[in-house]
Design a protein. Structure first.
Length: 244
């Protein structure tokens, strides 16, 4: 009898933790903003580059490009939580390459946190068994609110994520790129590997990097003393298409 009582109490606690993790008011519907508002100054820099001479200038094709952020469950009750995937329906950026090479090129990308799409069913299904659980619209809205709210990414105070290419080395299709990531008012520099295909008018590239939330002054979500939490590490994968 004592064992049964303890099991019921533990089950009740786990349910409470799960509900707490998903609790929170839903954010307003994601606003649709003009491309110029995706990254302040980015459109002007692109216009300035268009007016300059030398090099090959590409503009990111948002409809053909995708950035995904993968968030992983953690904690002693991780099995009661969910992995999450966020994607960028609106992405802006440019790539400037030397006339005859890739080395020495630079780029800038930007997207808004409040435009991120969370846990699209097709994307979850494509990621396999670890993402197979179905989430209700209410759970998705509450999770998004927690992620972007004051206890998370603080999207109202720090709405834009920027990535700037500082250095490109190597030769297509394999490149090494030093990129500066600006998130939550902090900047961190990372090296990542890219697979790249370049034609006369189109640049295609894909890759991934790992970011630690704590490196940007963020505290990974956790409740009940870490019984249910998310991992510090985020995997950011991307497939970009840019055109002249």
């Amino acid at each position: 009898m004592l064992t049964l009582i303890l099991l019921r109490r533990l089950s009740g606690l786990a349910t409470l933790v799960l509900l707490t993790a998903c609790a929170g008011p839903a954010l307003p519907e994601r606003p649709t903003r003009p491309a110029e508002d995706v990254g302040p100054g980015l459109a002007q820099r692109y216009a300035d580059l268009q007016a300059s001479t030398g090099g090959r200038l590409f503009r990111v094709d948002a409809a053909a490009s995708q950035v995904r952020v993968h968030v992983f469950r953690a904690g002693r009750a991780a099995r009661l939580g969910h992995n999450h995937v966020l994607s960028t329906p609106q992405l802006d950026g440019w790539v400037l390459l030397p006339a005859e090479a890739l080395e020495g090129g630079r780029f800038e990308l930007a997207f808004r946190l409040d435009q991120l799409e969370l846990d699209a069913p097709a994307q979850r299904a494509a990621l396999g068994p670890a993402w197979a659980s179905a989430l209700s619209a209410e759970a998705v809205a509450a999770t998004r609110s927690n992620m972007l709210g004051e206890a998370g990414l603080q999207a109202e105070r720090f709405p834009v994520v920027r990535l700037r290419g500082l250095q490109i080395v190597g030769a297509a299709p394999q490149l090494a790129v030093q990129v500066e990531v600006e998130l939550h008012g902090q900047r961190q520099t990372h090296w990542l590997a890219l697979q790249t295909e370049l034609t006369d008018t189109v640049l295609r590239t894909r890759g991934a990097l790992v970011l630690r939330q704590s490196d940007f002054g963020l505290k990974p979500f956790s409740v009940a003393g870490g019984l249910l939490a998310v991992q510090d590490e985020l995997v950011v994968s991307f497939e970009l298409v840019a055109k002249q």
